[in-house]
Design a protein. Structure first.
Length: 146
């Protein structure tokens, strides 16, 4: 087999491996594009027969600092900016809460109905309800007998 025929398969396999590693590590909250640091904001995602549900921790933020969008029928994008807060007096001893711009994209396994998405922010917890698109919902097929 010639090298020119091997290379496309080799790169396709590397791409597939990279995608699998992203998927595996995302389950632990790790984003390889940012290095081995937790993704921000941390999220919980689950589903039932009708919708996906997402909770994102955004302490100290208000709705004007958050943008939510749906792209490609099944990708949820959370964007925003947490402003830096300097103490009025004194100096820092520890700073573990980050600040600055963020963007988090979650790829859902099925298409959603973007026109019916609901979002609520209470006490730093963003709660999203993402109804599944009609074509993504299971359909019961009647069996006819002759």
């Amino acid at each position: 087999m010639t090298t020119s025929r091997l290379l496309p398969n080799l790169w396709a396999n590397f791409d597939r491996l990279h995608g699998e590693m992203d998927r595996l590590l995302e389950g632990w909250g790790v984003d390889l594009t940012r290095g081995l640091v937790p993704s921000y904001p941390p999220v919980n995602v689950w589903e039932d027969a009708d919708a996906f549900y997402v909770e994102a921790e955004l302490p100290g933020m208000n709705q004007e600092q958050i943008q939510i969008s749906v792209t490609h029928k099944n990708q949820l994008m959370l964007q925003g900016e947490r402003l830096d807060q300097e103490p009025e007096k004194g100096r820092w001893h520890r700073r573990e809460r980050g600040f600055g711009r963020f963007q988090r994209v979650l790829k859902l396994p099925l298409p959603i109905d973007a026109d019916k998405v609901e979002a609520k922010l209470e006490h730093g917890l963003l709660q999203l309800t993402l109804p599944k698109a009609e074509e993504a919902k299971p359909r019961k097929i009647a069996v006819k007998a002759e």
